[in-house]
Ligand binder design. Structure first.
Ligand SMILES: *Cc1c(COP(=O)(O)O)cnc(C)c1O
Length: 395
Protein backbone atom coordinates (compact mmCIF):
# COMPACT_ATOMS: atom_id res chain seq x y z
CA UNK A 1 0.00 0.00 0.00
CA UNK A 2 1.08 3.59 -0.57
CA UNK A 3 2.15 6.08 2.07
CA UNK A 4 -0.65 8.39 1.00
CA UNK A 5 -3.49 5.93 1.61
CA UNK A 6 -2.42 5.29 5.23
CA UNK A 7 -1.91 9.00 5.78
CA UNK A 8 -5.39 9.82 4.51
CA UNK A 9 -6.90 7.26 6.89
CA UNK A 10 -4.87 8.44 9.87
CA UNK A 11 -5.61 12.12 9.35
CA UNK A 12 -9.34 11.44 9.68
CA UNK A 13 -8.99 10.09 13.20
CA UNK A 14 -5.84 11.56 14.74
CA UNK A 15 -6.01 14.84 16.58
CA UNK A 16 -4.10 17.23 14.39
CA UNK A 17 -1.27 18.21 16.77
CA UNK A 18 1.69 17.44 14.50
CA UNK A 19 2.61 18.53 11.00
CA UNK A 20 4.03 15.15 10.14
CA UNK A 21 6.21 14.39 7.15
CA UNK A 22 4.25 12.39 4.55
CA UNK A 23 5.97 9.09 5.25
CA UNK A 24 4.70 5.91 6.94
CA UNK A 25 7.71 4.23 8.54
CA UNK A 26 7.32 0.49 8.81
CA UNK A 27 10.60 -1.12 9.86
CA UNK A 28 14.24 -0.55 10.57
CA UNK A 29 17.64 -2.28 10.43
CA UNK A 30 20.76 -0.76 11.94
CA UNK A 31 20.70 2.93 11.08
CA UNK A 32 18.27 2.54 8.19
CA UNK A 33 14.49 2.90 8.13
CA UNK A 34 12.03 1.71 5.53
CA UNK A 35 8.58 3.06 4.69
CA UNK A 36 5.54 1.10 3.49
CA UNK A 37 6.55 1.67 -0.14
CA UNK A 38 9.95 0.07 0.48
CA UNK A 39 11.88 3.34 0.29
CA UNK A 40 14.93 3.48 2.59
CA UNK A 41 16.09 6.35 4.78
CA UNK A 42 19.41 6.88 6.52
CA UNK A 43 18.41 7.95 10.01
CA UNK A 44 20.15 10.94 11.59
CA UNK A 45 17.21 11.70 13.88
CA UNK A 46 16.84 8.45 15.85
CA UNK A 47 13.20 9.21 16.68
CA UNK A 48 14.40 12.47 18.33
CA UNK A 49 17.41 10.98 20.05
CA UNK A 50 15.63 7.88 21.31
CA UNK A 51 16.91 5.00 19.17
CA UNK A 52 20.54 5.13 20.30
CA UNK A 53 21.10 1.48 19.35
CA UNK A 54 19.51 1.91 15.94
CA UNK A 55 16.92 -0.66 14.90
CA UNK A 56 16.70 -4.43 15.30
CA UNK A 57 19.56 -4.81 17.79
CA UNK A 58 19.38 -8.57 18.53
CA UNK A 59 20.24 -8.58 22.24
CA UNK A 60 17.81 -5.73 22.89
CA UNK A 61 15.02 -7.52 21.03
CA UNK A 62 15.69 -10.77 22.83
CA UNK A 63 15.58 -9.08 26.23
CA UNK A 64 12.20 -7.56 25.39
CA UNK A 65 10.82 -10.81 23.98
CA UNK A 66 11.91 -12.69 27.10
CA UNK A 67 10.23 -10.14 29.31
CA UNK A 68 7.02 -10.20 27.26
CA UNK A 69 6.83 -13.95 27.75
CA UNK A 70 7.13 -13.54 31.56
CA UNK A 71 5.17 -10.46 32.67
CA UNK A 72 4.48 -7.00 31.29
CA UNK A 73 3.09 -5.16 34.24
CA UNK A 74 2.80 -5.48 38.01
CA UNK A 75 2.03 -1.93 39.29
CA UNK A 76 4.21 -0.25 41.90
CA UNK A 77 2.46 -2.05 44.75
CA UNK A 78 5.10 -4.76 44.22
CA UNK A 79 8.74 -5.23 43.26
CA UNK A 80 9.98 -6.76 40.03
CA UNK A 81 13.36 -8.12 38.99
CA UNK A 82 13.80 -5.79 35.96
CA UNK A 83 12.95 -2.79 38.18
CA UNK A 84 15.69 -3.66 40.65
CA UNK A 85 18.23 -4.31 37.89
CA UNK A 86 17.44 -1.18 35.87
CA UNK A 87 17.62 1.03 38.95
CA UNK A 88 20.97 -0.41 40.00
CA UNK A 89 22.48 0.16 36.55
CA UNK A 90 21.20 3.74 36.26
CA UNK A 91 22.54 4.57 39.73
CA UNK A 92 25.92 3.05 38.85
CA UNK A 93 26.21 4.95 35.55
CA UNK A 94 25.18 8.28 37.09
CA UNK A 95 26.87 7.99 40.47
CA UNK A 96 23.65 9.36 41.95
CA UNK A 97 21.68 7.85 44.80
CA UNK A 98 17.98 7.12 44.14
CA UNK A 99 15.78 6.79 41.07
CA UNK A 100 12.08 7.08 40.33
CA UNK A 101 10.99 5.69 36.94
CA UNK A 102 8.40 7.51 34.83
CA UNK A 103 6.77 6.99 31.43
CA UNK A 104 8.13 10.04 29.65
CA UNK A 105 10.46 12.99 29.85
CA UNK A 106 7.75 15.44 30.83
CA UNK A 107 6.73 13.17 33.69
CA UNK A 108 10.34 13.01 34.89
CA UNK A 109 10.38 16.83 34.96
CA UNK A 110 7.12 16.85 36.94
CA UNK A 111 8.70 14.54 39.51
CA UNK A 112 11.86 16.65 39.72
CA UNK A 113 9.77 19.79 40.34
CA UNK A 114 7.76 18.07 43.07
CA UNK A 115 10.91 16.72 44.74
CA UNK A 116 12.47 20.21 44.72
CA UNK A 117 9.35 21.82 46.18
CA UNK A 118 9.08 19.18 48.89
CA UNK A 119 12.77 19.63 49.73
CA UNK A 120 12.25 23.37 50.21
CA UNK A 121 9.04 22.78 52.16
CA UNK A 122 10.96 20.60 54.62
CA UNK A 123 13.81 23.12 54.66
CA UNK A 124 11.67 26.20 55.39
CA UNK A 125 8.46 24.80 56.83
CA UNK A 126 6.42 26.82 54.37
CA UNK A 127 5.26 26.85 50.74
CA UNK A 128 5.45 29.39 47.89
CA UNK A 129 8.82 28.36 46.51
CA UNK A 130 10.17 29.46 43.15
CA UNK A 131 12.08 27.78 40.37
CA UNK A 132 14.54 29.50 38.05
CA UNK A 133 14.44 28.17 34.48
CA UNK A 134 16.12 29.25 31.23
CA UNK A 135 14.91 31.09 28.17
CA UNK A 136 14.76 28.92 25.03
CA UNK A 137 14.64 25.81 27.19
CA UNK A 138 12.47 22.78 26.55
CA UNK A 139 11.28 20.47 29.30
CA UNK A 140 8.04 18.98 27.96
CA UNK A 141 4.35 19.67 27.36
CA UNK A 142 2.55 18.83 30.61
CA UNK A 143 1.55 21.87 32.66
CA UNK A 144 4.46 21.72 35.14
CA UNK A 145 7.08 20.97 32.48
CA UNK A 146 5.58 23.61 30.19
CA UNK A 147 5.78 26.14 33.03
CA UNK A 148 9.59 25.84 33.10
CA UNK A 149 9.85 25.79 29.29
CA UNK A 150 11.11 29.19 28.14
CA UNK A 151 9.06 29.44 24.97
CA UNK A 152 6.23 31.95 24.86
CA UNK A 153 4.62 30.36 21.83
CA UNK A 154 4.29 26.97 23.59
CA UNK A 155 3.01 28.58 26.81
CA UNK A 156 0.60 31.31 25.79
CA UNK A 157 -2.72 29.50 25.11
CA UNK A 158 -2.43 27.50 28.32
CA UNK A 159 -1.96 30.26 30.87
CA UNK A 160 -2.22 30.45 33.82
CA UNK A 161 0.51 27.86 34.21
CA UNK A 162 2.24 26.76 37.40
CA UNK A 163 3.26 29.85 39.37
CA UNK A 164 6.61 30.72 40.88
CA UNK A 165 8.78 30.32 37.79
CA UNK A 166 11.39 32.97 36.91
CA UNK A 167 13.37 32.91 33.69
CA UNK A 168 17.05 33.72 33.17
CA UNK A 169 19.26 33.72 30.07
CA UNK A 170 21.14 30.53 29.33
CA UNK A 171 24.93 30.96 29.67
CA UNK A 172 24.48 34.30 31.45
CA UNK A 173 25.30 33.79 35.12
CA UNK A 174 24.44 37.35 36.16
CA UNK A 175 20.92 36.93 34.79
CA UNK A 176 20.52 33.83 36.97
CA UNK A 177 21.82 35.62 40.06
CA UNK A 178 19.30 38.40 39.44
CA UNK A 179 16.43 35.91 39.75
CA UNK A 180 17.53 34.28 43.02
CA UNK A 181 15.32 35.13 46.00
CA UNK A 182 14.89 33.63 49.46
CA UNK A 183 12.06 31.57 47.94
CA UNK A 184 14.15 29.88 45.25
CA UNK A 185 14.02 26.09 45.62
CA UNK A 186 15.63 24.96 42.36
CA UNK A 187 17.42 26.01 39.20
CA UNK A 188 16.53 23.84 36.20
CA UNK A 189 18.38 23.67 32.91
CA UNK A 190 19.40 21.35 30.12
CA UNK A 191 23.13 20.64 30.21
CA UNK A 192 22.98 20.99 26.43
CA UNK A 193 19.87 22.81 25.20
CA UNK A 194 18.27 20.64 22.53
CA UNK A 195 14.98 21.91 21.09
CA UNK A 196 16.12 25.50 21.63
CA UNK A 197 18.84 25.10 18.99
CA UNK A 198 21.71 22.94 20.39
CA UNK A 199 23.47 25.18 22.90
CA UNK A 200 25.93 23.48 25.27
CA UNK A 201 26.26 25.13 28.69
CA UNK A 202 29.53 26.99 29.15
CA UNK A 203 31.64 25.33 31.88
CA UNK A 204 31.89 28.54 33.90
CA UNK A 205 28.11 29.01 33.68
CA UNK A 206 27.38 25.55 35.03
CA UNK A 207 30.06 25.89 37.71
CA UNK A 208 28.66 29.29 38.72
CA UNK A 209 25.15 27.89 39.02
CA UNK A 210 26.41 25.02 41.15
CA UNK A 211 28.09 27.52 43.46
CA UNK A 212 24.90 29.56 43.85
CA UNK A 213 22.99 26.36 44.62
CA UNK A 214 25.48 25.29 47.28
CA UNK A 215 25.59 28.71 48.94
CA UNK A 216 21.81 29.10 49.12
CA UNK A 217 20.75 25.46 49.61
CA UNK A 218 18.99 25.47 46.22
CA UNK A 219 18.66 22.24 44.25
CA UNK A 220 20.31 22.00 40.84
CA UNK A 221 18.13 20.09 38.37
CA UNK A 222 19.90 19.08 35.16
CA UNK A 223 17.64 17.91 32.35
CA UNK A 224 19.57 15.17 30.54
CA UNK A 225 16.58 13.84 28.64
CA UNK A 226 18.10 14.62 25.24
CA UNK A 227 21.83 15.02 25.98
CA UNK A 228 22.12 12.07 28.37
CA UNK A 229 22.56 8.32 27.86
CA UNK A 230 25.84 8.51 25.97
CA UNK A 231 24.77 11.12 23.42
CA UNK A 232 27.73 13.40 24.21
CA UNK A 233 30.30 10.62 24.82
CA UNK A 234 29.80 10.21 28.56
CA UNK A 235 26.81 8.60 30.22
CA UNK A 236 25.56 12.06 31.11
CA UNK A 237 26.78 15.38 29.73
CA UNK A 238 27.32 16.87 33.20
CA UNK A 239 29.97 14.25 33.87
CA UNK A 240 32.22 16.06 31.37
CA UNK A 241 31.77 19.33 33.26
CA UNK A 242 32.40 17.82 36.67
CA UNK A 243 29.23 19.55 37.89
CA UNK A 244 26.94 17.07 39.57
CA UNK A 245 23.23 17.89 39.82
CA UNK A 246 21.08 17.26 42.88
CA UNK A 247 18.37 15.93 40.60
CA UNK A 248 18.77 14.70 37.04
CA UNK A 249 16.03 13.89 34.56
CA UNK A 250 16.44 11.22 31.93
CA UNK A 251 14.24 9.72 29.18
CA UNK A 252 14.53 9.43 25.36
CA UNK A 253 17.43 6.96 24.87
CA UNK A 254 17.00 5.49 28.35
CA UNK A 255 14.75 2.78 26.89
CA UNK A 256 15.91 3.07 23.26
CA UNK A 257 12.32 2.91 22.02
CA UNK A 258 10.28 1.61 24.93
CA UNK A 259 8.69 4.67 26.57
CA UNK A 260 10.45 5.28 29.87
CA UNK A 261 11.94 8.16 31.82
CA UNK A 262 13.38 8.74 35.25
CA UNK A 263 14.29 11.37 37.77
CA UNK A 264 17.38 10.57 39.74
CA UNK A 265 18.36 12.19 43.03
CA UNK A 266 21.53 12.52 45.05
CA UNK A 267 21.50 11.50 48.70
CA UNK A 268 20.81 15.05 49.92
CA UNK A 269 17.71 15.48 47.76
CA UNK A 270 16.52 11.91 48.26
CA UNK A 271 16.79 12.02 52.06
CA UNK A 272 14.70 15.15 52.45
CA UNK A 273 12.00 15.19 49.80
CA UNK A 274 9.44 12.69 48.52
CA UNK A 275 8.16 9.96 50.85
CA UNK A 276 5.35 7.39 50.53
CA UNK A 277 2.13 9.17 49.62
CA UNK A 278 3.86 12.10 47.89
CA UNK A 279 4.21 10.72 44.38
CA UNK A 280 3.33 7.76 42.20
CA UNK A 281 2.53 6.36 38.77
CA UNK A 282 0.71 3.24 37.64
CA UNK A 283 2.93 2.32 34.70
CA UNK A 284 6.21 3.98 35.67
CA UNK A 285 9.09 1.50 35.82
CA UNK A 286 7.00 -1.45 34.80
CA UNK A 287 8.80 -4.73 34.00
CA UNK A 288 8.78 -4.24 30.21
CA UNK A 289 10.17 -0.70 30.42
CA UNK A 290 12.79 -1.74 32.95
CA UNK A 291 13.82 -4.80 30.95
CA UNK A 292 14.54 -2.35 28.11
CA UNK A 293 16.53 -0.01 30.38
CA UNK A 294 18.48 -2.88 31.82
CA UNK A 295 19.32 -4.29 28.36
CA UNK A 296 20.32 -0.83 27.11
CA UNK A 297 22.92 -0.45 29.89
CA UNK A 298 24.28 -3.95 29.22
CA UNK A 299 24.55 -3.40 25.48
CA UNK A 300 26.18 0.02 25.89
CA UNK A 301 28.85 -1.62 28.06
CA UNK A 302 29.34 -4.64 25.82
CA UNK A 303 29.57 -2.62 22.61
CA UNK A 304 31.62 0.20 24.09
CA UNK A 305 29.09 2.77 22.90
CA UNK A 306 30.60 5.65 24.89
CA UNK A 307 34.04 5.27 23.34
CA UNK A 308 32.44 4.75 19.93
CA UNK A 309 30.69 8.11 20.31
CA UNK A 310 33.99 9.73 21.31
CA UNK A 311 35.61 8.23 18.17
CA UNK A 312 32.82 9.10 15.74
CA UNK A 313 31.78 12.56 16.93
CA UNK A 314 34.97 14.41 15.86
CA UNK A 315 34.49 12.99 12.36
CA UNK A 316 30.89 14.24 12.21
CA UNK A 317 32.05 17.63 13.54
CA UNK A 318 34.76 17.84 10.88
CA UNK A 319 32.34 16.97 8.07
CA UNK A 320 29.83 19.56 9.29
CA UNK A 321 32.59 22.19 9.47
CA UNK A 322 33.52 21.35 5.87
CA UNK A 323 29.91 21.90 4.80
CA UNK A 324 29.89 25.27 6.56
CA UNK A 325 33.04 26.23 4.63
CA UNK A 326 31.41 25.20 1.38
CA UNK A 327 27.89 26.65 1.70
CA UNK A 328 27.21 30.31 2.47
CA UNK A 329 23.81 29.68 4.03
CA UNK A 330 25.34 27.41 6.68
CA UNK A 331 26.69 29.41 9.60
CA UNK A 332 27.82 28.11 12.95
CA UNK A 333 28.18 24.53 14.23
CA UNK A 334 27.39 23.84 17.89
CA UNK A 335 27.13 20.68 19.93
CA UNK A 336 28.72 17.92 21.94
CA UNK A 337 29.31 14.38 20.76
CA UNK A 338 26.56 13.07 18.51
CA UNK A 339 24.27 15.97 19.38
CA UNK A 340 25.11 18.56 16.75
CA UNK A 341 23.44 21.59 15.24
CA UNK A 342 24.27 23.77 12.26
CA UNK A 343 22.70 27.21 12.04
CA UNK A 344 21.03 28.03 8.72
CA UNK A 345 20.53 31.56 7.39
CA UNK A 346 18.54 32.63 4.34
CA UNK A 347 16.95 29.26 3.71
CA UNK A 348 14.09 27.47 5.44
CA UNK A 349 15.28 24.48 7.47
CA UNK A 350 11.90 22.81 6.81
CA UNK A 351 12.57 22.90 3.06
CA UNK A 352 15.94 21.21 3.57
CA UNK A 353 14.35 18.53 5.76
CA UNK A 354 11.72 17.77 3.12
CA UNK A 355 14.33 17.59 0.34
CA UNK A 356 16.47 15.34 2.53
CA UNK A 357 13.53 13.03 3.06
CA UNK A 358 13.06 12.82 -0.74
CA UNK A 359 16.73 11.87 -0.90
CA UNK A 360 16.33 9.15 1.73
CA UNK A 361 17.80 11.01 4.67
CA UNK A 362 16.21 11.87 8.01
CA UNK A 363 17.57 14.91 9.84
CA UNK A 364 15.87 17.15 12.39
CA UNK A 365 15.46 20.84 13.05
CA UNK A 366 15.77 22.81 16.29
CA UNK A 367 15.09 26.36 17.35
CA UNK A 368 13.56 27.19 13.96
CA UNK A 369 16.81 27.83 12.08
CA UNK A 370 19.06 24.96 13.07
CA UNK A 371 19.70 21.65 11.32
CA UNK A 372 19.91 19.11 14.12
CA UNK A 373 21.78 15.81 13.93
CA UNK A 374 20.90 13.17 16.54
CA UNK A 375 21.91 9.90 14.86
CA UNK A 376 21.77 6.49 16.51
CA UNK A 377 24.97 6.28 18.57
CA UNK A 378 26.06 3.22 16.58
CA UNK A 379 26.64 5.12 13.31
CA UNK A 380 29.93 4.57 11.48
CA UNK A 381 32.13 7.10 9.69
CA UNK A 382 30.79 5.66 6.40
CA UNK A 383 27.29 6.53 7.58
CA UNK A 384 28.47 10.08 8.20
CA UNK A 385 29.86 10.22 4.64
CA UNK A 386 26.59 8.89 3.23
CA UNK A 387 24.64 11.45 5.27
CA UNK A 388 26.81 14.26 3.88
CA UNK A 389 26.25 13.03 0.28
CA UNK A 390 22.49 12.94 0.74
CA UNK A 391 22.42 16.26 2.56
CA UNK A 392 24.44 18.00 -0.17
CA UNK A 393 22.08 16.58 -2.77
CA UNK A 394 19.28 18.20 -0.76
CA UNK A 395 20.93 21.64 -0.81
C1 LIG B 1 12.15 15.58 24.77
C2 LIG B 1 12.53 16.38 25.94
C3 LIG B 1 11.68 16.50 27.06
C4 LIG B 1 10.28 15.93 27.09
O1 LIG B 1 10.27 14.55 26.98
P1 LIG B 1 8.88 13.81 26.56
O2 LIG B 1 9.23 12.36 26.67
O3 LIG B 1 8.58 14.25 25.17
O4 LIG B 1 7.85 14.24 27.52
C5 LIG B 1 12.14 17.20 28.15
N1 LIG B 1 13.37 17.75 28.16
C6 LIG B 1 14.20 17.66 27.11
C7 LIG B 1 15.55 18.27 27.20
C8 LIG B 1 13.80 16.99 25.96
O5 LIG B 1 14.62 16.94 24.90
Amino acid sequence: MKNSSYIEQAEQVLLHTYNRFPVVLEKGRGVWLEDVEGKEYLDFGAGIGVCALGYGEPEYQEALQNQISKILHTSNLYYSVPLAKAAEKLIKASGMSRVFFTNSGAEAIEGAIKAARKYAFLRDGRTGHEIIAMEHSFHGRSIGALSVTGNDHYQEPFRPLMGGVRFASFNDLESVKAQVTENTCAIILETVQGEGGIFPAKPEFLEGIKKICQEKDILLILDEIQCGMGRTGSWFAWQQYGVKPDIMTCAKALGCGVPVGAFVLNEKAACASLVPGDHGTTYGGNPLACAAVSAVFDIFEKQGILSHVKDTAPYLEQKLEELIEKYDFLKERRGMGLMQGVEVEGRLVGDILRKALDNGLIVLSAGGNVLRFLPPLVISKEDVDEMVRRLEASF
